[in-house]
Design a protein around this ligand. Structure first.
Ligand code: SF4
Length: 186
Protein backbone atom coordinates (compact mmCIF):
# COMPACT_ATOMS: atom_id res chain seq x y z
CA UNK A 1 0.00 0.00 0.00
CA UNK A 2 1.11 3.47 -0.72
CA UNK A 3 0.41 6.42 1.52
CA UNK A 4 0.03 10.02 0.50
CA UNK A 5 2.40 12.38 2.22
CA UNK A 6 0.01 15.35 2.45
CA UNK A 7 2.60 17.96 3.28
CA UNK A 8 4.95 17.16 0.42
CA UNK A 9 2.13 16.02 -1.90
CA UNK A 10 4.04 12.98 -3.08
CA UNK A 11 3.37 9.27 -2.92
CA UNK A 12 5.56 7.44 -0.48
CA UNK A 13 6.04 3.76 -1.17
CA UNK A 14 5.80 1.49 1.84
CA UNK A 15 8.77 -0.69 2.62
CA UNK A 16 8.51 -4.28 1.35
CA UNK A 17 7.53 -7.04 3.82
CA UNK A 18 10.29 -7.56 6.35
CA UNK A 19 11.29 -7.45 9.99
CA UNK A 20 11.66 -4.03 11.55
CA UNK A 21 13.43 -3.01 14.71
CA UNK A 22 15.23 0.01 16.13
CA UNK A 23 18.05 0.77 13.69
CA UNK A 24 17.51 -2.14 11.34
CA UNK A 25 15.21 -3.52 8.68
CA UNK A 26 15.60 -7.02 7.28
CA UNK A 27 13.89 -8.24 4.14
CA UNK A 28 14.40 -10.56 1.21
CA UNK A 29 16.38 -9.57 -1.90
CA UNK A 30 13.33 -10.59 -3.97
CA UNK A 31 11.22 -7.97 -2.19
CA UNK A 32 13.70 -5.13 -2.63
CA UNK A 33 14.29 -5.88 -6.31
CA UNK A 34 10.54 -6.31 -6.85
CA UNK A 35 9.87 -2.91 -5.24
CA UNK A 36 12.51 -1.20 -7.40
CA UNK A 37 11.29 -2.86 -10.58
CA UNK A 38 7.61 -2.19 -10.04
CA UNK A 39 8.20 1.52 -9.47
CA UNK A 40 10.38 2.00 -12.54
CA UNK A 41 8.53 0.25 -15.37
CA UNK A 42 9.63 1.23 -18.89
CA UNK A 43 6.69 0.49 -21.17
CA UNK A 44 6.93 -0.08 -24.90
CA UNK A 45 3.65 1.08 -26.46
CA UNK A 46 2.77 -1.15 -29.43
CA UNK A 47 -0.23 0.87 -30.60
CA UNK A 48 -1.91 0.14 -33.90
CA UNK A 49 -5.31 1.82 -33.65
CA UNK A 50 -7.90 3.55 -31.48
CA UNK A 51 -6.86 2.01 -28.14
CA UNK A 52 -3.55 3.82 -28.72
CA UNK A 53 -5.38 7.12 -28.58
CA UNK A 54 -6.86 6.14 -25.22
CA UNK A 55 -3.35 5.28 -24.08
CA UNK A 56 -2.23 8.79 -25.03
CA UNK A 57 -4.94 10.13 -22.72
CA UNK A 58 -3.60 7.83 -19.99
CA UNK A 59 -0.13 9.32 -20.41
CA UNK A 60 -1.34 12.94 -20.46
CA UNK A 61 -1.54 15.28 -17.48
CA UNK A 62 -4.99 14.34 -16.18
CA UNK A 63 -4.32 10.62 -15.63
CA UNK A 64 -0.51 10.89 -15.67
CA UNK A 65 0.91 7.37 -15.69
CA UNK A 66 4.12 8.92 -14.39
CA UNK A 67 2.54 8.81 -10.93
CA UNK A 68 3.22 5.08 -11.05
CA UNK A 69 6.83 5.45 -12.16
CA UNK A 70 5.98 4.40 -15.73
CA UNK A 71 6.26 7.65 -17.64
CA UNK A 72 9.46 6.79 -19.47
CA UNK A 73 8.17 5.19 -22.67
CA UNK A 74 10.63 3.15 -24.65
CA UNK A 75 10.44 2.68 -28.40
CA UNK A 76 13.36 0.30 -28.33
CA UNK A 77 12.59 -3.26 -27.14
CA UNK A 78 16.06 -3.53 -25.62
CA UNK A 79 15.28 -0.75 -23.16
CA UNK A 80 11.74 -1.82 -22.24
CA UNK A 81 10.33 -4.24 -19.71
CA UNK A 82 6.58 -3.91 -20.28
CA UNK A 83 5.10 -4.52 -23.72
CA UNK A 84 1.73 -2.76 -23.95
CA UNK A 85 -0.22 -3.95 -26.98
CA UNK A 86 -3.15 -1.76 -27.90
CA UNK A 87 -5.20 -2.04 -31.03
CA UNK A 88 -6.13 -4.45 -33.76
CA UNK A 89 -3.27 -6.78 -34.67
CA UNK A 90 -3.44 -8.01 -38.24
CA UNK A 91 -2.04 -11.47 -38.90
CA UNK A 92 0.65 -9.87 -41.05
CA UNK A 93 1.66 -7.77 -38.04
CA UNK A 94 1.79 -10.76 -35.66
CA UNK A 95 5.37 -11.88 -36.50
CA UNK A 96 6.59 -8.33 -35.92
CA UNK A 97 4.89 -8.21 -32.53
CA UNK A 98 6.56 -11.49 -31.67
CA UNK A 99 9.94 -10.18 -32.84
CA UNK A 100 9.56 -7.11 -30.63
CA UNK A 101 8.70 -9.37 -27.69
CA UNK A 102 11.69 -11.64 -28.25
CA UNK A 103 14.02 -8.62 -28.51
CA UNK A 104 13.04 -7.50 -25.01
CA UNK A 105 15.37 -8.60 -22.27
CA UNK A 106 14.14 -10.61 -19.29
CA UNK A 107 12.33 -9.95 -17.08
CA UNK A 108 9.57 -8.72 -19.36
CA UNK A 109 5.85 -8.42 -18.95
CA UNK A 110 2.96 -8.02 -21.39
CA UNK A 111 -0.25 -6.06 -21.00
CA UNK A 112 -2.99 -6.52 -23.58
CA UNK A 113 -5.17 -3.42 -23.76
CA UNK A 114 -8.64 -3.61 -25.21
CA UNK A 115 -10.86 -6.16 -26.92
CA UNK A 116 -8.93 -6.19 -30.22
CA UNK A 117 -5.53 -7.02 -28.73
CA UNK A 118 -7.06 -9.51 -26.29
CA UNK A 119 -9.44 -11.36 -28.60
CA UNK A 120 -9.66 -9.72 -32.02
CA UNK A 121 -12.64 -7.70 -30.75
CA UNK A 122 -15.34 -7.09 -33.29
CA UNK A 123 -12.99 -8.04 -36.12
CA UNK A 124 -13.68 -11.74 -36.43
CA UNK A 125 -12.22 -11.82 -39.91
CA UNK A 126 -9.63 -13.78 -41.86
CA UNK A 127 -7.02 -11.02 -41.55
CA UNK A 128 -7.12 -10.23 -37.83
CA UNK A 129 -5.27 -12.11 -35.09
CA UNK A 130 -7.86 -13.33 -32.60
CA UNK A 131 -5.86 -12.38 -29.53
CA UNK A 132 -2.15 -11.69 -29.08
CA UNK A 133 -1.87 -14.63 -26.70
CA UNK A 134 -1.78 -16.79 -29.82
CA UNK A 135 1.67 -15.38 -30.46
CA UNK A 136 3.14 -14.32 -27.10
CA UNK A 137 2.32 -14.92 -23.41
CA UNK A 138 0.19 -12.19 -21.79
CA UNK A 139 0.32 -11.22 -18.11
CA UNK A 140 -2.65 -8.85 -17.79
CA UNK A 141 -5.69 -8.27 -20.00
CA UNK A 142 -7.54 -4.95 -19.85
CA UNK A 143 -11.09 -5.32 -21.23
CA UNK A 144 -13.03 -2.63 -23.07
CA UNK A 145 -13.46 -1.05 -26.48
CA UNK A 146 -11.61 1.12 -25.74
CA UNK A 147 -10.82 0.72 -22.04
CA UNK A 148 -11.00 3.97 -20.10
CA UNK A 149 -7.70 5.35 -18.77
CA UNK A 150 -8.74 4.28 -15.25
CA UNK A 151 -8.88 0.68 -16.50
CA UNK A 152 -5.42 1.00 -18.04
CA UNK A 153 -4.09 2.33 -14.75
CA UNK A 154 -5.76 -0.59 -12.99
CA UNK A 155 -3.93 -2.90 -15.41
CA UNK A 156 -0.65 -1.19 -14.55
CA UNK A 157 -1.36 -1.71 -10.85
CA UNK A 158 -1.97 -5.42 -11.53
CA UNK A 159 1.34 -5.61 -13.42
CA UNK A 160 3.04 -3.87 -10.48
CA UNK A 161 1.55 -6.49 -8.15
CA UNK A 162 2.93 -9.29 -10.34
CA UNK A 163 6.36 -7.62 -10.48
CA UNK A 164 6.49 -7.06 -6.72
CA UNK A 165 5.63 -10.68 -5.96
CA UNK A 166 7.70 -12.38 -8.64
CA UNK A 167 10.44 -14.69 -7.45
CA UNK A 168 13.90 -13.97 -8.86
CA UNK A 169 14.08 -17.63 -9.83
CA UNK A 170 10.93 -17.61 -11.97
CA UNK A 171 12.58 -16.64 -15.26
CA UNK A 172 15.01 -19.54 -15.10
CA UNK A 173 12.43 -22.06 -13.87
CA UNK A 174 11.41 -25.09 -15.98
CA UNK A 175 7.78 -23.88 -15.84
CA UNK A 176 8.65 -20.54 -17.42
CA UNK A 177 10.82 -22.19 -20.07
CA UNK A 178 7.94 -24.57 -20.84
CA UNK A 179 5.60 -21.56 -21.16
CA UNK A 180 7.88 -19.92 -23.72
CA UNK A 181 8.50 -23.21 -25.48
CA UNK A 182 4.71 -23.48 -25.90
CA UNK A 183 4.99 -20.35 -28.04
CA UNK A 184 8.04 -21.63 -29.87
CA UNK A 185 10.28 -19.09 -28.10
CA UNK A 186 13.56 -20.23 -26.60
S1 SF4 B 1 -10.76 -2.49 -28.74
FE1 SF4 B 1 -12.12 -0.98 -29.70
S2 SF4 B 1 -11.10 0.97 -29.29
FE2 SF4 B 1 -9.56 -0.63 -29.01
S3 SF4 B 1 -8.52 -0.87 -30.98
FE3 SF4 B 1 -10.23 -2.31 -30.94
S4 SF4 B 1 -11.95 -1.24 -31.92
FE4 SF4 B 1 -10.42 0.30 -31.33
Amino acid sequence: METLDKERKINVTDAPPGIEGPGFFATKLDHIIGMARKNSIWPLPFATSCCGIEFMATMAAHYDMGRFGAERLSFSPRQADLLMVMGTIAKKMAPILRQVYTQMAEPRWVLSMGACASSGGIFDTYSVLQGIDRMIPVDVYVPGCPPRPEQVLDGILKIQELIQNESLRRRSSPEYKALLAGYGIE
